[in-house]
Design a protein around this ligand. Structure first.
Ligand code: ADP
Length: 896
């Protein structure tokens, strides 16, 4: 029977690893067993079915999460979970069915889900024949574990950036793309390196999403958004179809996605998210050392997720940024208040996750208690804020209401949940609370006073108690009927005790107990058989049932069977009543799901802004002044992650000032390697991003004009995955920037043109800077080794501010010479051009062999002595080669 079921399931879910529950094990059979054994490094065995040997591999249920993590997150394999259910008509038999398919993007509450990161499943929907860059598409993404759900309209040419921002764990595309691996949507989807699944939209009436969209993800400054576009609706339906085929019995009703605001969000393109190491560091790909990781001061898991969303999607709305900054200022100027709140945040569990568990048909009475604790933490947070506010307004003469305006506005979005808390409180038994109350009143610890027996499995065979060693979850006082049932149970249990002591006395058997067990049913048990059985065996009312070396059991038909049956009956009635009560409470939570989530989001926003204040205090950040003018005036700016990493090794960061204005909108930056050009470029982009996130920034002063898009072409990244050369990647990214950057954008470019010949490189560098300056008109920092570029743009000490490129400026980094012909880096950037890249000195510092250094010095001297060598032609260069070989014979060894 089991074999047939398994074969059927394997045929039904051919793309999945099938795990079938058999008692206390999950097992895999047939050919798949060999694969499972290999993937999980567990033993491959076999068993006989209908005289046939079949392969089998299995593991105990307690190892389930560990093995699921390996299959899903390491090997990216979907897993079909086939569970077993006891049959009501034949309790010794089981039904089995696949209840859910787990994929990387459909995890619910598995222990290996990282609660501090979003676990998004992203559906991308567009017609098969859409191929042009401007063709529209719909995006819908959900974190099944928290229920956070968004949609957005986009286009093919923005897709890669959107995917990089969302950072999904799994992408779903319409199935017609499966055989079309070269379609642009498939190529863009692959860039994040997450698994791609394919699905067909199935029509379900409940999948109709409303035409009016709810507010966006932002609570403090949420604005009305128009209805969903056709593209978004189609993406939501694709997402739903995929969820329905995978969540199966855990599928919930469709919630409504919040629309991701595109209009007032800063665009950060995919390369920039990677190059600025916002989420991951470029070297190892992990999150350590990334901006998110280094600047994270949030306490709650959901606050951390919001912080990371804000960092990849900063705002372009000045009122919104100011609203966030106001909260940061409020917290920054009140260290005690901040400390108290952060302490309270530690107590707040992840409400979205718990609500989602209920919506997905999971969750238990402990989760209800968690909901209660969350509500009480929210009230404590509200109370603490109110007390600070009151004290503040009382003490300040001028009644600084304005400080609290945005806080009031945020808190006004919270819904009071006391009624739900009361419902749960009056219904669900909280042994921990009872214990605390008892101890505070000087009573004995109820958990030590016999109640722990309730928790112990198999104690007294569960008679008159919930099965599997559990405890009663709902308070008897919850309802009249439950109270009556418990009263009946107490009296029946009292009768049982009486009957037991009567029998012990009457039959001279102190070890006699009245019991029930799944295998023996209701029976009388003697634990000291030899000593106590004489009278019992001579009586006709006790029928011997079972015997071991020291114990014996009997059936005591007349009375114990009657009483025991009554006890079992009442027990089942209590269980049924508890289930009803639980379902009614679950219903109450579900009705309030949206409000619970919104409250949670308010607290997340408090956590993030409080974390910004913490960071500002710790790193001496300053509140940036935001403006619509195209300026970027940062005095003594610092790179936040480089600064922290230098500090950790006892070194100081050298701050630098950057002043980009309308009349100085592009800076050409020259200077030697390692002198800090690239750091300055990155810190400029990071400061813009941090400022528009609402955070304060690492500088002494900052006045920043809103940036609509940040672009970067920095560092050389081998792109083996896409099989493109480094130079090709550089050109693709540069082309993308020149096409998309606007006059409100901020562009940083490092060493464009270095991956080719000097002439080509210079030509490309000039053309790029020229385009940025005259067509894009963006604010830009352009670092280069081609000091000739400065001349081409008309640099000279006297007349820098006239001519065709008058709105361009020139800065450089340098080295500090030391007496012993060595040097150090000051990392200070000053106006001017540095024509010496000090390449050979850096090479010597890098440990290049002395002979090679000597040769390089000779080449450089020759080239400097013959300025027109560009035109000298091959003959002259050939001669140079011969001379150099003569001057540097092979006898000069590296050992010298
Ligand atoms: P470049 O782009 O000029 O080659 P980088 O910006 O990559 O130089 O800087 C090289 C190293 O110098 C960095 O990794 C950092 O450790 C250090 N550095 C850069 N800028 C500064 C600074 N302003 N203050 C202190 N150290 C710095």
């Amino acid at each position: 029977m089991l074999a047939i079921e398994i074969l059927e399931n394997l045929a039904r879910f051919p793309h999945c690893i099938l795990l079938t529950r058999v008692g206390q094990f999950y097992e895999s059979y047939f050919d798949q067993a060999a694969e499972v054994a290999q993937l999980l490094t567990i033993k491959l065995t076999s068993r006989k079915w209908d005289k046939q040997e079949v392969l089998m591999a299995g593991f105990p249920i307690m190892h389930l999460d560990r093995h699921l993590k390996t299959l899903i997150q390491v090997h990216k394999r979907p897993v079909a979970m086939c569970e077993e259910f006891r049959r009501e008509d034949q309790p010794d038999k089981f039904n089995r069915r696949v209840v859910r398919i787990l994929t990387p993007g459909t995890l619910i509450d598995e222990s290996f889900v990282n609660q501090y990161q979003d676990n998004y499943l992203l559906a991308i929907n567009l017609p098969l024949d859409s191929r042009d860059a401007d063709d529209l598409l719909g995006l819908a993404w959900i974190d099944v574990s928290t229920g956070e759900f968004f949609s957005q309209k986009s286009s093919l040419n923005h897709l890669e950036d959107d995917v990089a921002r969302i950072a999904p764990r799994e992408i779903v595309l319409p199935s017609y793309f499966e055989p079309n691996s070269s379609h642009p949507v498939v190529i863009a989807s692959r860039q994040e390196g997450c698994p791609i699944s394919f699905a067909t939209i199935n029509a379900f009436p409940s999948d109709q999403i409303p035409t009016a969209a709810p507010a966006s993800d932002d609570v403090l400054y949420s604005t009305e958004t128009p209805g969903y576009s056709q593209e978004e609706t189609a993406a939501v339906r694709l997402l739903m179809s995929f969820l329905r085929t995978n969540l199966l019995e855990h599928m919930t009703d469709v919630t409504v996605p919040a629309r991701h605001k595109v209009e007032n969000r800063m665009e950060i393109d995919a390369h920039t998210i990677r190059a600025l190491e916002i989420r991951e560091n470029m070297r190892e790909g992990g999150s350590s050392g990334s901006l998110t990781n280094v600047l994270k001061r949030t306490i709650t898991s959901s606050g951390t997720r919001l912080f990371s969303r804000w960092l990849t999607s900063p705002s372009t709305s000045i009122p919104e940024i100011i609203a966030r900054q106001d909260l940061v200022s409020l917290f920054l100027s009140r260290p005690h208040f901040r400390r108290d709140l952060r302490q309270l945040f530690r107590e707040v569990a992840d409400a979205s996750r718990i609500v989602q568990k209920f919506l997905l048909g999971r969750g238990d009475s402990d989760d209800l208690l968690h909901v209660n604790k969350i509500i009480s933490s929210w009230s404590m947070i509200g109370d603490r804020i109110a007390s600070e506010r009151d004290a503040d307004l009382q003490h300040s003469q001028d009644g600084k209401h304005s400080d609290w305006e945005n806080m009031d506005r945020l808190l006004a979005r919270m819904t009071r949940m006391e009624a739900l808390a009361e419902s749960i409180d009056s219904a669900v038994d909280d042994p921990e609370l009872r214990r605390k109350e008892a101890l505070s009143m000087g009573a004995d610890d109820p958990l030590l006073d016999g109640e722990e027996n309730q928790e112990t499995p198999f104690t007294n065979t569960g008679l008159g108690r919930p099965p599997y060693g559990q405890r009663w979850r709902i308070k008897p006082t919850y309802s009249q009927s439950l109270q009556e049932l418990h009263a009946r149970l107490t009296s029946l249990m009292y009768n049982k005790e009486r009957m037991q002591s009567l029998l012990q006395r009457k039959y001279g058997a102190p070890s006699l107990t009245l019991r029930a067990s799944p295998s023996l049913g209701l029976h009388v048990h003697l634990s000291k058989m030899k000593r106590d059985r004489t009278k019992l065996t001579s009586s006709t009312v006790f029928i011997p049932l079972h015997q071991s070396n020291t114990t014996q059991s009997f059936v005591y038909l007349q009375r114990w069977t009657q009483l025991g049956t009554a006890i079992n009956q009442v027990t089942s009635e209590i269980l049924a009543a508890e289930k009803l009560a639980f379902e009614s409470l679950r219903g109450e939570v579900i009705i309030l799901a949206a409000e619970l989530r919104k409250n949670a989001r308010v607290v997340d926003e408090l956590d993030v802004t409080c974390a910004f204040a913490e960071l500002a205090a710790e790193m001496k950040l300053v509140r940036p002044i935001m403006t619509t003018e195209p300026v970027f005036n940062v005095e003594n700016g610092r790179h936040p992650t480089v600064e922290l990493s230098l500090l950790s090794s006892g070194r100081n960061f050298t701050p630098n000032t950057t002043l980009l204005t309308e009349s100085s909108r592009l800076h050409i930056i020259t200077g030697p390697n390692m002198a800090g050009k690239s750091t300055l470029l990155r810190q400029t982009a990071l400061i813009a991003i941090l400022a528009q996130t609402g955070s304060f920034v690492p500088a002494d002063f900052a006045r920043i004009g809103i940036v609509d898009k940040v672009f970067s072409r920095v560092g050389a990244r081998d792109d083996l995955f896409r099989n493109r050369s480094t130079f090709m990647v550089e050109m693709l990214e540069t082309a993308d920037i020149l096409t998309r950057a606007t006059a409100s954008s901020l562009v940083i470019m490092d060493e464009v043109g270095r991956g080719t010949t000097v002439k080509d490189g210079l030509a490309i560098a000039f053309a790029t800077a020229h385009h940025l300056y005259s067509i894009n008109k963006s604010r830009a920092l352009f670092a280069t080794h081609f000091h000739e570029l400065a001349d081409m743009f008309g640099y000279s000490d006297e007349c820098r501010k006239t001519g065709a490129f008058k709105d361009m400026d020139f800065y450089c980094s340098d080295i500090d010479e030391t007496d012993d012909d060595y040097f150090s880096y000051s990392h200070r950037v000053r106006p001017g051009v540095n024509r010496d890249s000090h390449g050979i000195r850096v090479a010597r510092l890098g440990g290049m062999p002395p002979s090679a250094i000597q040769t390089a010095t000779s080449v450089l001297e020759y080239l400097r002595g013959t300025p027109d060598y560009w035109h000298a032609g091959p003959t002259k260069l050939q001669q140079l080669g011969i001379d150099l070989a003569r001057a540097n014979p092979p006898s000069i060894t590296n050992a010298e």
